[in-house]
Design a protein around this ligand. Structure first.
Ligand code: NAD
Length: 434
């Protein structure tokens, strides 16, 4: 069989089986949530209607590795409406919403391999199950699936027309592969589109991280010292929302420009060692490892809260914390663990150090995922329609980004001015001055 002039191995038109989920009995509850979430995603809904008519993804098999949430379900519905056979696994062992997974399988006939709380072996087995269906397009969040296609599933890499990457950490890994000459397929850096990072990383992570911390701890944020590690797109959002709730926000950084920006935005900026003594709540959002570690835990106040909103669970050195701890109390109902340190102080770790907004809450609101997933859907269409993109990291085409922004404004009922002919001429010229 050939897709866009490229030969791909024959495989069933649909993914075999229903996948593996926790409990099919949750399908009705999940269905109600997916449909309600759809109300907050008007741009994706318009794309779904367009896909239903045009079928731009006909003949494609899409393997997705994403957080299995109600918003993701609506992306998968749109891709299926476009004519693709779709299968999905989780991009994090602790972010799966089991009711949504059940609804995808039972109500939308989309195979899902994801169970909340799955161990590492099962997480990778689920990824393999998606890859065994030989996808022609891949949608990834963190580049785990793409990385499998460069190792255990290397033989299949040439059959992938293109992959879309959702998050900063994934794009960093893919650019490293490109630098090393190791990238064997075209990938689209969806994270780097303005319709993604400006809104999802900032407003999505900002709101949902605070939501998660409040759900688990019931703490009053006002008056607390809230330490944000990393002042990137996510960090700016978390800092902004913590300040909005009345916290005294402290920022730690390693990049001089970002630190300067945080200082001029009115936040206290200091090294982690100094911040460790002051914070009531710590949130890491760096994409880096060991940001809070053995040197910091003994300095922290009794009752300090530790949360990570970065992609991988490496930002807080949980192994070092376990090693230095006398006793750990677990509260599985609240996704929190209390570590009793030898100095008598207690530290509360949320969501096992995994991304807190998905482990301890429901992740980003649909209104923001509307733009992220519209960017994914249109990027998938772009790759499917392009002939032979080179194996490198591609930007999302600017016209797609502008179209999504215009559609979102329209859906929000926001109108803007248009340039006059004279203004267009002026903005394109260099001759006219004072
Ligand atoms: N929780 C979510 O839902 C969600 C959403 C989007 C992105 N992410 C993830 O969040 C992380 C951050 O994403 P971003 O878009 O803000 O990235 P970014 O590159 O814009 O910002 C990261 C910042 O962290 C800083 N940093 C790196 N190492 C540091 C250290 N040791 N101490 C202090 N600061 C340090 C960098 O200088 C940079 O300014 C990534 O892992 C990304 O994949 C999570």
């Amino acid at each position: 069989m050939a897709v866009n002039g490229r030969k791909v191995a024959d495989a069933p038109a649909r993914f075999a089986g229903e996948g593996e989920i926790a409990d099919p009995g949750l399908a009705d509850a999940g269905f109600r949530r997916v449909e309600r979430t759809d109300d907050g995603m008007p741009v994706l809904r318009a794309i779904r209607a367009h896909f239903e008519r045009e079928k731009p993804l006909q003949g494609q098999r899409i393997g997705a590795c994403l957080h299995v949430t109600a918003e993701t379900a609506n992306l998968l519905r749109a891709l299926k409406a476009g004519g693709a056979a779709v299968a999905c696994c989780a991009s994090n062992p602790l972010s799966t919403q089991d009711d949504v997974a059940a609804a995808l399988v039972k109500k939308y006939a989309i195979p899902v391999f994801a169970v909340r709380g799955e161990d590492r072996d099962r997480y990778y087995a689920h990824m393999r199950a998606v890859l065994e269906s030989r996808p022609t397009l891949v949608i990834d969040d963190g580049a785990d699936l793409i990385s499998q296609l460069h190792t255990d599933f290397r033989a299949q890499a040439g059959q992938v027309l293109g992959a879309m990457e959702e998050t900063t950490t994934g794009v960093i890994r893919l650019r490293a592969m490109e630098r090393d000459g190791a990238l064997a397929m075209p990938v689209v850096a969806v994270n780097d589109a303005q319709t993604k990072y400006l809104f999802d990383n900032r407003y999505g992570t900002g709101q949902s991280t605070l939501d998660a911390i409040m759900r688990v701890t019931d703490m009053l944020i006002a008056g607390s010292v809230f330490v944000v590690c990393g002042y990137g797109w996510c960090g700016r959002g978390v800092a902004m929302r913590a300040r909005g709730l009345g916290a005294q926000v402290v920022v730690t950084e390693v990049a001089p420009l970002r630190a300067l920006e945080a200082a001029l935005d009115g936040f206290q900026v200091m090294p982690m060692r100094a911040a460790a003594r002051l914070g009531d709540i710590f949130t890491t959002v760096t994409g880096d490892r060991g940001v809070i570690g053995a040197a910091h835990f003994p300095l922290m106040k009794d009752g300090a809260v530790l949360a990570n909103a970065g992609h991988f669970d490496v930002e807080i050195d949980v192994a070092a914390l376990r090693k230095m701890t006398r006793k750990v109390d677990r509260d599985p109902a609240r996704e929190a663990e209390t570590f009793h340190l030898p100095n008598g102080r207690r530290l509360h770790l949320l969501g096992q150090g995994r991304l807190v907004n998905l482990a301890c809450a429901t992740g980003h609101p649909p209104q923001v995922m509307d733009m992220s997933f519209a960017t994914q859907a249109l990027s998938a269409q772009w790759v499917a329609r392009s002939s032979r993109l080179p194996s490198k990291v591609h930007e999302v085409p600017a016209n797609l980004v502008e179209r999504i922004a215009a559609l979102k404004l329209k859906a929000m009922g926001v109108r803007i001015d248009a340039l006059s002919a004279e203004q267009k001429r002026y903005l394109a010229s260099w001759q006219s001055g004072t």
